[in-house]
Design a protein around this ligand. Sequence first.
Ligand code: NDP
Length: 444
Amino acid sequence: MTYVERVLKDLKERNPNEPEFHQAATEILTTLEPVVGKHPEYEKAGLLERFIEPERVIMFRVPWVDDSGSVHVNKGYRVQFNSAIGPYKGGLRFHPSVNLSIIKFLGLEQILKNSLTGLPIGGGKGGSDFDPKGKSDREVMAFCQSFMTELYRHVGADTDVPAGDIGVGAREIGYLFGQYKRIRNEHVGVLTGRGLSYGGSLVRTEATGYGLIYITEEAMKMCGDSFQGKTVVISGAGNVAIYACQKALSLGAKVVAMCDSNGYVYDKNGIDLKVVKTIKEIRRGRIKEYADIVSSAEYHEGCKNIWSIPCEIALPCATQNEIDAESARLLVNNGVKYVAEGANMPSTLEAIGVFQNNGIVFLPAKAANAGGVATSALEMAQSSGRMFWTFEEVDAKLKNIMVNIYHNIDGAAKEYGYEGNYVMGANIAGFIKVAEAMMAQGIV
Ligand code: NDP
């Protein structure tokens, strides 16, 4: 049994009932075989065992009162996974599906993603099984205040800097920040994704979606290709999906489908993003309403079949495991050429295999969606320097970071003999920096 196999076996035995964590750890560790083969000192230092064990897991009760006076109790989580290269950094997810396995898979991915940005940020993730959908603003505020009343003692501008994720947008970040400031009496950059009036950064809202398109554009450029005139399918209709759509449209692509967790819309004339933004950002409505407003659109219940729509570029931007092997085969048979992951782990391991075996350019999440956390780190830099950069300045830095990530993962894949395999490239490039920092810091 190899070192990697032994660590994975041990991880599964010691963390039963954590399927998402097992999946992410398997995807990452199996690609690190050539690195640990080249560095026998890593095994001696128990490096992989330490790498896959979070430095700290915080779990807590979040009690809150709804508008009718009833008491609810949710679970709160913060996994402080790895601080070798900087303070823990990673989003908070509020969604009924949240559990420890999901937060640990996200936290593990985040370590490598943050490393790939080239910025000094460690990996962490958190959240709750609270569902903000259908709640009043007061209920969301009550929940966020209760969540932060526990979380505040574990986070800090130089310790752990959470941000948004699914279900945590500008409104939730505002309430969380307000409560932190009230308890600590400190106006500091403890959260990113803040509003522009209280320390936020321009481009943070757009960053993950824009970054996804910038890195895809660079990969396409290397193939002598561009977004101009291409047909694109984007899953999701949230923050990442909307701004990926906006940037793809600005580069001349035609986006024909988007979805939410109930179903998808197909618009053969190309999605009218203004309508999606009104439904999702202003009315907090359902994507179904798009077909009521735009006559050329069809609505279909359920999301899986969104991948049956022919396209050259597929951008999964909703949630984990939304593309299985069957959907991947459909995409390939229908002529997809590029798949770039906006969401975290949207493709199953089998789906990734289908893409790679068919010569599809596949950009994995930890590289492709790193623009969000990279811009969060730019927000941290502006906060600590009491500076405020223009939209153009931040956007240019974001684009530069994404282009660098592409060349970094491409270079690592080539160096280890896996040219074109960006899963290998991203894991190896991200891991090496963290491994070097961990080795330098001793057994901690
Ligand atoms: P949002 O909450 O803004 O949007 C999520 C979107 O995905 C919604 O349209 C949601 O629909 C849809 N969705 C959720 N679950 C499912 C499902 N099971 N099937 C189909 N659609 C679903 O989240 P974000 O856009 O911020 O995040 C999307 C993904 O991107 C996540 O994986 C997140 O971890 C990742 N990500 C986000 C970053 C960011 O900066 N925001 C940074 C890096 C990664 P509904 O409204 O019905 O729930």
